[in-house]
Design a protein around this ligand. Sequence first.
Ligand code: ZN
Length: 367
Amino acid sequence: MSNKYAPPAEWIDGQKNVPGFWKGSYEDVLEVIGSVKKGRVTLGTTSAGGRDIYMVEYGKQGDLRRTATFNSATCVNRRDTDCYANKKGDDIKPCLMLMGCIHGLEFEGTVSLLNLISLLETGRDFLGDEHPELVQAAEKLHLIIIPMVNPDGRCRFPYRSIVGAPFLTFRYYAQGTWKNGELCHHPACKAVHPIKEASDFLGCYFNDDGVNIQQEGVLTMSNEARFLFETAHRFAPDILVNMHGGSDTAGGLLDTSLAPQKLRNEILGLDQRVCTAFAKEGYKYVITSKYNSTDVNFKPQGLTGMLHLCCGGLSMTYESNQGVYVGPDRPDSQVLNHEQIYRTHQLLYAEVFRYTCEIFEKRRQGK
Ligand SMILES: [Zn+2]
C-alpha cells in the first residue's frame, strides 16, 4: 500500500490484542457457518470475486399464501397486502432480516451477528456470556441472518479490526484511492459507480467489480444485491436492518424516503427506544431527522429503499460506531472499544426483536 496511508507500526502490533470474541473476517464467517446445527444454512449466492455468501435462518416460516408480488398487491389494497404475504395464519411468525458488512470495512454488524449465531446455537456468545432474554426474544421470530454481504470488500482489509486506526488509514481502506493516488473521499467516491476502472486501490466499500452494493438501484449490478432483493421478496420480513459503520459516529437508524410516512413514523418509534436503551448505558445515539420525501434533496437510501419496495417491510440502515477517531469538530463523536461496540449491537437487537413482534401484531390487526 502507499506509505502515506500506512497504519503505524504500534497499531499493527496492537492487532494481537484484539479480543478473541471479535470475529469479523471472512474466514470467521465460514467457520461459524460451518458450526451451525440448529439454524438452517443456505448458500445464497457468490460475490463478484467468487466468494460464498451465506444466510442462516432460525424459526420456520409458514405459508404466506402468495398470489402476487408486493407492488402488485399494493394496487389492490395499499393497507392490506394479503395477496403478497398473508400473515394472519397461525403458522406465520414475525420475520426479521439482518444483513452485515454491506461495506467491507464496516464489519461491526458481522461481529455481533456471528456472536448472535453462537448464542442461538450454544447458549453462549464468544465472550462466554449467556443472554437468555435475547435468546427467548429470538425464538419468537423467523430470523434471517446474512452475516457478510460483501466478503470481497472485507478481504481487501488485511487486519482483524479497524478500531483505533488513524483516520486517513481508515479512509484509505474504506473508499480506496483514485488513479492519481489521492483518497476517494466520502461521498465523492459515489460520483463514479462502478468505480473499479477509476480507482488505483479499490476500497473495501466495493465488491470486486467496484460496485457499491448499498447504492444499488433498479439496475441491479451485483449478485449480492440481487440475493438480498430475492430474499426480501421471498420472506416478506416485517423489519429489515442493513448494518453499516461510520468511524466515530453515534449510533442511529436511517430510514428511506421511498417508504410511506406511516412506516417512517414507525421507524422513528424504534429509533426512540434504541436511543433510550443506549442513553441508559452512556452510549451516544442520534435520532436522525427523517428526510421529507417531498423535499428535492430526499435520499432514497439505495439498497435500503429498494428492499422496502421489494417487500413492504420497515427497511432501515443502522450506523454503528467503529472506534475510529475523526477529529475534534464532531459534536456527537464517541470512540468506543471492541466490547462497547458489541454491547451497542446487543442493545439494538433487543429492541429490534421486540419491535418486530409488535409490528407483526399490528399488521395482523390490519393496522
Ligand atoms: Zn456503509
